[in-house]
Design a protein around this ligand. Sequence first.
Ligand code: GDG
Length: 725
Amino acid sequence: MSKTIIVSNRLPVKIQREKHSFEYKPSEGGLATGLGSVYKEGDNIWLGWPGLPVNKAEEREEVTRHLNELNMHPVFLTKADIEEYYEGFSNETLWPNFHYFNQYIIYDDVFWNAYQRVNRKFAKELEGLIEEGDTVWVHDYQLLLLPLMIRELYPNISIGFFLHIPFPSFESFRLLPWRRELLEGMLGSDFIGFHTYDDMRHFLSSVNRLAGIGNTNGQMKVGNRLVMADALPMGIDYDKYAEVASHPDTLAREVRYRTSLGDVRVVLSIDRLDYSKGIPERLKAFEMFLTENEEFRGKVSLLMVVVPSRDTVPMYANLKAEIELLVGRINGKFGRINWAPIHYFYRSFPLHALSAFYRMANVALVTPMRDGMNLVCKEYIASKLDKKGVLILSEMAGSSKELSDAILINPNDEGQHVKALKEALTMPESEQVSRMEIMQKSLQRYNIHAWVKLFMQRLNHVKEEQENLQTKPFTASVKEELLASYDKTKKRVLFLDYDGTLVGFNANPLDSKPDKELKKIIAGLCADEKNRVVIISGRDKELLYKWLSEFPVDFIAEHGVWHKKHQGKWKKFVEVDNSWQDEIHSILENYVNRTPGSFIEKKDYSLVWHYRKVETGLGELRSRELTSHLKYVSAERDIQVQEGDKVIEVKNSNVNKGIAAASWIKKNSFDFFLACGDDWTDEDTFKAMPPKAFTVKVGAASSSAKYRVNDYHDIRALLESLANQ
Ligand code: GDG
C-alpha cells in the first residue's frame, strides 16, 4: 500500500523534557489541523524536527518510538544544526530575502553548508521510509533543497512542495549566491504550490532566467520531466474558529475583558515579533490617528499582542525595544487615568483568549510589510459570528488577494492607514455585515480541508500528465513498420493538420501558404490512387481552398464545421444538443473551487465562466488552463469554447475535428490510417482514429497520439517517404 509522507522543519507536536521522560502535546497550528486528515491515516507519516535537542541514544529511541505511535518520525538536529541551518540560513538569509528585507540578509558559507547538510539529513531519514509509489509533500523555506535530493534517490516518486512565505521577485532572489541550487532543489518536485499568483509568477520568472526553463500556464519541462507550479491560497479550519467563538470559556473571557476595558471600541493587532509585520508603522499610524482625531481619544483602544520570537537575536531585540518605546510614548502622551490608548502584551495567549479578542474587536488591524498569507485576519473573520467588525488589511499580505472586501491599505502609507482607521470606526453596521458576509462565505468554502484536497489533486494531476507524455518517439523501426503497412494496403486515409504540422508558424497567418517542397509532397501523395488526403484544419474554408485546391485533396475546415470532398461542395453540420451541460458544469465548478472570485453563468445553449473579479493574473492563468482543459474534454461532445473579455463561454457546436474525421471514416472502408497534428484540436482527431491507426503528434506536450516527432520537418520527411514508395 502506498503512503503519503508529510515533511516540514517542525513536527506538529510540542515535546517537553520531564525529569525521567518526555511529555507530548499536539500543536494546534492551522497546518497541523489541516494535514491531520492526511498524516494520521493508515501508514502515512509526518517527518520533522521534534523541537528540542535529544542527544542520548536511548532517549532518541524512546522519542522515536513514541512519535511513531503518533504517525510521526523525528529528524534529530544538533545545536549547531539549529543555529546554522534554522536560525542561520533559514531565518537570517532566506527569510529576509523572501520578505524583501535584503538589508538584513546574512551571507555566510557556514550557514549555507549547514543548510545543505540538514536538508541531506532529512533526505537520509526519508531514505529508510520511502517505498516506490509513495507521495511526499515537503513544506516551506527551510527545505528548499530536499525535493531534488529525494528525486535523486527515487526518480519516479510523487513529490509536492508548498512554500508558505512569499517567493520574491527575481531582482530580490538573484542577490543570493546560492540561488541556482535553491531553485534546482525546488524543481525536484512534481508540483510546487504558492499562496498567490504573484509568488508563482516570481518563481517562474526566476526559473526562466536562472535555469533557462520556460513555462506554459505554469507547466515546465525539467529535463524530461513535467513540473507544474500553481497558486493555491491556504485556508483556515473555519468551523473550528467559528465553534471556539461560541464556546462558554470564550464567552466568559469576553465578558471579563470587556468589563475591565470599559466602554471603548477595540482595535486588535496580533503578530509574532518580526520586522516583516510592520508593527512600528502600525503604532505610528495609531498615534497619528489619535493626534488628528481628538474625538476618538478615550473611546478607542488598541489591543496589541506580540508573540515572542527570536528575541535573543539583536535585530529582534532592537525591534522589541522600538515597539516598547513607541507604546510607552503613545500611552504617556494620550493616556488618562481611566483610559489606556494601547494595551500591549508581549506573550502568547490560549486559544479561547485569542477567540475572545477576535470577538470583541471592532476592528482588526493586520498590516504586515510583507506576509506569505496571514492567517490571523482569516481567523478574525471566522470568529465574527454576528458579522459585525471591520478588517483593515495590508495589500502586502497574501490574504489580501482573496479578501478584497476588507479595507486594503499600503502599510507604508501612513495617511492611508490613518484614514482606514477612521473609515473602519465609523462604518455603518449594515456595510460591516455585508462585507463580512462575503468574506465569510469565501473562507468557508476555501478552507484548510479544501486546500489539502486540492493540493493532492493537483499533484496527482501532474503525475497523470507525466504518464500521458509517455507518447513514444517516432523511431526508425516505427517508420519501417508504417511503411510496411502502407505498402500492403489499398485504401488509405491521411488526415493532415495544416499549421504547425505541414508548415511552421508565422507571425502573420497569411504568410503560411504552401511552399514548393510541401506542394511536391502533397502532389506525390495524391498521385497514388490508393490515397485519400484530408487536410483537417481550424482555418477558414476559403483560404484553405485557395491554397490547396490545385490538388485532389478533401477538406475539413474550421475545426470540422465545414467539409468538402474533392469533387463535391462545401457542407455544414447542424444539430443542437444540450446533454453536455451537466458534465461541463462540474468542470467549471472545479475551477470556481480553485479560483476565488470566479463564478458560472448558465444560459440556454451555453455555460459561461466569469473571472473579472479574480486576482489579476490568476484569472488569466486559470482561463488559459480552463480553455485547454475544455478543448481536451470536448472531443466527444458537441461544444465549442470561446474566450471573451474576462469570460470563457462553452457553446454547442456539434462539431470538432474528431467528429468530422470519424464521420469521414465511417462512410468509407479504409485499411490504413495516418493522422498528424500539433495542437489540442488535433487530439480529437487522434482519439477518433481506430486502434490500428498511426497517430503522430508534433511537439512534446502530452497527447493521445501514439508517436511524437519534433517539428513539421519530420512530418514532411515522413510524408515524402510515403510519396516515394
Ligand atoms: C507562515 C507565513 C502564512 C498568534 N498568536 C497567538 C496564536 N497565534 C496563531 C494565530 C495564527 C498563527 O499563530 C499565525 O499565523 P500566520 O499566518 O502568521 O502563520 P505562520 O505559521 O507564523 O507563518 C504566513 C502561514 O505560514 C501559513 O502558510 O500565512 O504568511 O509566514 O494561526 O492564531 N495562537 C495562540 N495564541 C497566541 O497568542 N494560541
